[in-house]
Write a protein that binds this ligand. Sequence first.
Ligand code: NAD
Length: 453
Amino acid sequence: MNIQEIVNHQKDFFKTQQTKSIKFRKMYLEKLKNIVINNEELLYEAIDKDFGKSRFDTFTTEISFILNDINYYLKNINSLSKPRKVRTNLANQLGKSRIHSEPLGNVLVIGAWNYPYQLSFSPVIAALAAGNCCILKPSEIAENTMKLMAKLINENFPPEYLYVYEGGIDETTELLKLKFDKIFFTGSTRVGKIVYQAAAEHLTPVVLELGGKSPVIVSKDADLEVAAKRIVWGKFLNAGQTCVAPDYLLVEEPVREQFLEMLRKYITEFKYAPDADSYTRIINRKNFDRLIKLINRDKIYFGGNSDETKLFIEPTLLNNVNWEDEIMQEEIFGPILPIISFTNFNLAINTILELEKPLSAYLFTRNSEEKGIFTSKLSFGGGCINDVIMHLGNHRLPFGGVGNSGIGSYHGSYGFEAFSHQKSVLEKSTWGEPDIKYPPYSDKKLSWIRKLL
Ligand code: NAD
């Protein structure tokens, strides 16, 4: 079967209305949960082959996410699917107003390679929970995980309901010519624009989960020890290949030297090394070469070593970086942290305001005025005060970008909404309606209408 035929089968299957049954959705969510639990070892092996990701990181940032998502929907699917009553205005009396969450139909999920399981399965889980049929196209860059996801899903799910389509740019280009009811894309802003253009041909709505340069600001009023420890963890997790990782650091000049020392201390303490279980490799040679070029050797404060045979790049701190430096022109997506100092908090915020809106922003401070300025002045997808990355671990917070970093959001109930249409239905009583809206019109009717509306 070619992909066009599979999409056609999914369209036919959706029309049977079977996916609208809550029992059906729960059955397949349970099935997916069992597939993940029963194949945990295979999931670890494949991701280790792709980029040396440890069992610890794979469990905490991928498998536990997926299982939590499934459990969340299993528990909440009834209430999320239930029609919501809202008040009816005077002009619509006697009537009842309800909002029905209905599945969109046939959706496409395109995943990225850096958290291959989470970024592929989390949107798929939300799509199925909301009652859709789904095609998943994982990233071909993480080849082993893509092949494993295809095997596990395609051997266990009916293709007319959920199907994993393997492939790269050519296959995705083909796929994007077809008509879907929603496209959920995770990846770069560059490819996000290609997806958006293709979707426009069919007026298909999109969620675009993109990237960008996410700042972390450390004020002189921060708890510096806590800031250093958390920033080192968040920046070098997955070797910096995390969409919400702090991309660059703005530190207040009076504490810069002290803070750099602390960063060095934690990098050393965390023992990142080519064969360390707690450190991931760079995904491929192309990205390795790109990242090595970004390391300006004159600005290295710490690190800078690499091993191309192992695709290892040491956690690297670059000091005295300028906004004009090459590393500040694009998203880094690797274990290099450029550091720029500032002397005035407001000016630092204003500088960030001049740039594209980032996916995330982080501030370390104990100063409530600075917290207020950060939250009210800066626009970013989501972020933290006194931490990094962890906001995406709370399913009650919508996760997504703004401006160049994305369109739409998901996680928890927001994921369900992303794959649902909110259908409004007004049910009117067949009696008790005054005649005033019907012709022939009169001044008296208008005066009543004025009072009513
Ligand atoms: P990418 O844009 O290169 O690829 C993403 C997907 O698009 C892949 O499945 C790929 O096959 C497909 N693709 C690539 N080129 C294409 C083309 N020309 N036409 C059609 N499809 C194409 O991104 P990536 O390298 O996999 O991931 C890195 C980027 O993703 C970073 O910018 C990162 O910030 C972002 N990201 C965002 C999130 C988020 O949740 N917002 C999560 C992870 C990664």
